[in-house]
Design a protein around this ligand. Sequence first.
Ligand code: NAD
Length: 478
Amino acid sequence: MEIKMLIDGKLVGSKSGNTIEAINPATEEMLGTAPLGEEADVNKAVESASKAFKEWSQQSIEKRGHVLRGIARAIRERSDEIAKIEAADSGNPLARVRHDIEKSAQVLEYYAGLGYEMTGRTVPATLEHLHMTVREPYGVCARIVPFNHPFLFIAARIAAPLMAGNTVVVKPSDQAPLSSGIFSEILSETVPQGVVNIVTGDGKTGDLLVRHPKVPRIAFTGSVATGLRIQKSAAESGRIKHISLELGGKNPMILFPDADLEKAVAGVIKGMGFSWQGQSCGSTSRFFVHDSIYDRTVEAVVAKLSKFKVGDPLAADTNMGPIISKAQYEKVVSYVESAQQEGATLAFGGKRPEGMDRGYWILPTVFSDVRPTMRIAREEIFGPVLSILKFTDEEEAVQLANDCDYGLTGSIWTTDVNRAIRLSKKIESGYIWVNETATHFDQLPFGGYKQSGLGREEGIEELLSYTQVKTIHLVQQL
Ligand code: NAD
């Protein structure tokens, strides 16, 4: 299939005719192409969004909400078609992809209902002064997203900027761009001309957007390395830009002996995002287990994972599909090798499933006897590799958990509520689960401490992050 972009309300190819290829990671075959957005395409999309901003920002909250609900409705109508394309293009299992698509519709509806919460304040001073603050949109927002939830990130993450009155230019992932073609079609029928533009392409396309003088607000989800490049490019553009960054993680999960072991084992498998091939920013990839239950825990994780079904992403009973790309697959394999060289014990996986010679396949992988200094315990792999480490007391657990540059999520398993609260405060991460992993609620802000990011997404925080505050200082005639 050959998908199109959405620029200025029209479904188009790139001006140059150049394209990027979409590869099926399960078979290594070419699935289709997407336009390679270059300078002329990016400029046209930004000009269109800039023009559309004048009218869109003046629309009532009611009208903007109505448009968002219309997008959600259209997504549900085409969910089957989106799911199949996305599963083939990304390798994510169909059931998981269906969940992402429904979630996208729900997030659009959530922000459609949240518009009246973009409130300001009134501030007293003297009898004749009436001070107030109001929230206003920035203008054109660039939304640059990664490959692991390709549709969710392009669809759900336009809701807040639009509701706040901005217009948006989206740059989907170059690694799984195909579902964006259907989204462009949906938007061409549900959104006023220019209010959302979708420009497919690679890192260069993203960079052009970042540097564009008419893009004051950039929201990026992806790796730390690209996040840093974006901050640099934004500064080099000579314009002050408002940037939010949702970046990587190497997240700790800490298991104490008083917790429910069975639930914790299910929790770490869910938390690792094995059913997304471990390609989850919030994945609990550093699993710290109290030494009194260490061996039992490793055995229970291995027993559960050995029932995991790795296979065709389009099959209904698949638990885990292939890694997104050859480069990412090779990166995962190199971490497996480094772990073995550094002396960790391969407890499960670490190799291709039998008989699957084509495609980017690897079994869910578990290493025990991992030491905190090993590369697999420090670096984000973004693949299905779980490191299980040992601790002896609470203080050591906190020290080990925080000895890391990342700070996205953390998970604490205990039935001692005092310990749970104590550790929740001590762990240096932006999002803490207690006796839970992975689950997000629309109302709760998500984002990183330390190298894991800047700003918060989800909840009212995301909506407000697309507004700037204006103070009105008013003197009344008494
Ligand atoms: P990536 O940083 O390689 O790419 C992300 C996006 O940025 C892609 O669309 C890419 O084309 C674009 N890009 C690349 N270079 C660019 C540049 N110089 N300027 C502008 N745009 C550029 O990330 P990825 O490999 O697609 O995704 C994996 C990473 O994303 C992991 O580190 C993961 O932890 C992170 N992630 C974070 C969250 C979160 O919410 N914190 C969620 C999902 C993924």
